[in-house]
Design a binder for this molecule. Structure first.
Ligand SMILES: Cc1ncc(C[n+]2csc(CCOP(=O)(O)OP(=O)(O)O)c2C)c(N)n1
Ligand SMILES: [Mg+2]
Length: 628
């Protein structure tokens, strides 16, 4: 080995010293890649990573309440920063580590970077089993951290301090790659974290990761232009990649130039402003009639930055033109090739720039464009209708969404993840900028909402952050209210209480199952009541408003729609996390608009209504297509 300057550090100190010197650059703009480290300490990390963080306060440590939550916060931070920045998350060994697995899956499925540093069992083994160790008779090389493997895009265990020298650069490559990014897990045995090693100083030099804007293959691009020119009814599906690539302006130019209408996925909503005449809004199972009608008859679908989840494709029933073909613009080959597409493998912005110049004399048929614009207007009227409903005695979810949309700053960010809200929001939320609508709908993870809101506020402190959350999700994880108070990151949490699962209740009824197991009520005659039980069903004495108050939030309890509007105004002036609590109607829903979602129904049942749901399902399934 050649002579080189070295620094004697513990393995944990080397991790933090390395991380604080990692930068990212895209389009000439350079910034730190890590905004700090979330963590909860235990014996598996306190003396290693904990000591290192204490020694290096410039790498900011944030104390979370729940390990799953801190991963959600970091992921939401990364989403808000278009994947150009994230946080690390340190946990102890055992339950602290496995609590992060749901967060890891959420990050990886949504293609968002997060670095997980779970503590691990002793590498030297002599004192095993350490507290919280999973023992195995057939291997001493197993720990609970092996469970991270399928939900991580890169996974490693650092059993010697010098392994960092090859592992950390590999971890960074994956984290910063728009194609590969997701959760990266480095399992850190608690003894090795504390061991010193002479690390080369070069390892800690400032390192800038360049994010390329790769351009697609020229031949494929020319074929795509030809396919667009010869299509009769082309349509764009705008996915999350449009927003992450900052391709929203060029998308608008392309749409203005060509007249091609746009439908938006959950992650892509906000790609165009809601009032752009060719934005047909949400597409798919939770789509608008405008987008779904145009998609049904389109002969060419141009997917941009979408992974075509079943919600986007209405479980493969959305595209019914017999000759429909796909062009997919995506950084990832994996997504670009879906639906037997003509793949344009490249950055969304760079690819759209090239397409725009090659299509500079092309427009769609006038009649087609006019039809799309009429549908846009008709959809806008439908949103207006839903916003104007005044349901009594309990308000409808649609009118409450309307109030939040209209009484929040147009610059605000609204965040949500699970329940009946995402589908309703996808349909009727009027997105006014690309970050206005922040849905975690890859994993639709109950409990993400408040934790995610915290990460968003940290990433965008100048914007108001509205967390929309149901009572079920709130009960699953409300802990980060405390962190938001501690760190002075104000959230406005809109808590909609409908005594259980409005979403799965309605799904259950559609399957002929009467909402069984979806209400928060006392058992009746020894069983939990379904929706066929009326007044006899007794609700639980749970007070979520008092719960939020006890965690330090300012709470505004509303009874009526008028109270709710007043609360939204008041909340903007409060200086700390504010929870607006309101009960809403379990049954007043926003309908489906020609979208579908495949949830298989029991093939045999003692319940006649299940049998008839099965018959309907069989009929719908027949519309599912393979694109070959
Ligand atoms: C962690 C997790 N568990 C279960 C589910 C399945 N699930 C989806 S929505 C839902 C109910 C959500 O209830 P609530 O937050 O009150 O929203 P509502 O349906 O009432 O709008 C459940 C159980 C999920 N998405 N995530
Ligand atoms: Mg609920």
């Amino acid at each position: 080995m050649s002579e080189q300057a070295t620094q004697r550090l513990t393995m944990a100190q080397a991790v933090i010293t390395f991380l604080k010197n990692q930068y990212i650059e895209r389009d000439g703009r350079e910034q730190l890649f890590f905004a700090g480290c979330f963590g909860i300490f235990g014996h598996g990390n306190i003396a290693g990573i904990g000591q290192a963080l204490q020694q290096m306060p410039e790498f900011r440590y944030y104390q979370a309440r729940n390990e799953q939550a801190m991963v959600h916060s970091a992921t939401a931070y990364a989403k808000t920063r278009n994947r150009l920045q994230t946080l690390a998350c340190t946990s102890s060994i055992g339950p602290g580590a496995t609590n992060m697995i749901t967060g890891a899956a959420t990050a990886t499925i949504n293609r968002l970077p997060v670095l997980l540093l779970p503590g691990d069992i002793f590498a030297r083994r002599n004192v095993a089993p350490v507290l919280q160790q999973l023992e195995s008779e057939h291997s001493q090389d197993i720990s609970v951290n092996d469970c991270f493997k399928p939900v991580s895009r890169y996974w490693d265990r650092i059993t010697r301090p010098e392994q960092l020298l090859t592992s950390l650069p590999a971890a960074m490559q994956v984290l910063t790659s728009p194609v590969e990014t997701g959760a990266v897990t480095l399992a850190l045995p608690q003894d090795v974290q504390t061991e010193a090693y002479m690390y080369p100083e070069a390892f800690f030099r400032k390192c800038v990761w360049h994010i390329p804007r790769n351009r697609p293959d020229r031949t494929a691009l020319l074929s795509a232009v030809e396919a667009i020119r010869t299509s009769k009814r082309p349509m764009i599906v705008a996915g999350g990649g449009v927003i992450y690539a900052e391709a929203t302006d060029i998308l608008r130019q392309l749409v203005d130039q060509t007249g091609i209408p746009v439908g938006e996925t959950m992650a892509g909503k906000g790609s165009l402003r809601y009032d752009h005449p060719l934005n047909l809004g949400a597409i798919g199972a939770t789509g608008t009639f405008a987008a779904n009608r145009i998609a049904r008859d389109a002969d060419l679908m141009i997917g941009i930055g979408t992974r075509y989840s079943d919600f986007t494709t209405s479980s493969k029933t959305a595209f019914q033109h017999p000759e429909v073909r796909f062009i997919n613009i995506n950084v990832a080959e994996f997504d670009a090739f879906k639906h037997a597409a003509l793949p344009l493998v490249g950055d969304a912005r760079a690819t759209l720039e090239e397409l725009l110049s090659l299509l500079n004399d092309y427009t769609v048929d006038e009649g087609y464009c006019a039809q799309a614009m009429q549908l846009h207007d008709a959809w806008d009227d439908e949103v207006e209708r839903i916003y104007s409903i005044r349901s009594e005695p309990l308000p409808s979810q649609g009118e409450l969404i309307g109030a939040v949309n209209e009484l929040s700053s147009p610059e605000a960010i609204m965040v949500c993840a699970a329940g009946s809200l995402p589908g309703d929001l996808h349909k009727v939320w009027r997105a006014r900028h690309p970050k206005n609508y922040s849905l975690e709908y890859g994993y639709s993870c109950m409990g993400y909402e408040i934790a995610g809101g915290l990460g968003i506020k940290m990433a965008a402190p100048d914007r108001d952050v509205y967390v929309m959350v149901g009572d079920g999700s709130y009960l699953m994880m409300n802990s980060e209210i405390v962190t938001s108070i501690q760190e002075h990151y104000k959230l406005i949490i809109v808590l909609l209480d409908n005594d259980g699962f409005k979403s799965i209740g309605s799904l259950s009824r559609s399957l002929g199952q009467d909402g069984f197991g979806t209400r928060y009520v006392y058992p009746h005659n020894g069983v939990l009541p379904d929706d066929t039980v009326g007044a006899e069903a007794r609700t639980l004495p749970v007070n979520l408003a008092a719960n939020a108050h006890s965690l330090g939030a300012h709470v505004i309890e509303c009874k009526t729609r008028a109270d709710f509007s007043a609360a939204l105004q008041e909340a903007r002036g409060i200086d700390r996390t504010t929870v607006i609590y309101i009960r809403n109607d379990r049954y007043a829903g926003i309908p489906a608009y020609e979208g579908w979602w495949d949830v298989p129904v029991a093939e045999v049942s003692a319940m006649p209504q299940v049998e008839s749901s099965r018959a309907q399902w069989t009929e719908m399934r027949a519309h599912e297509r393979y694109f070959l």
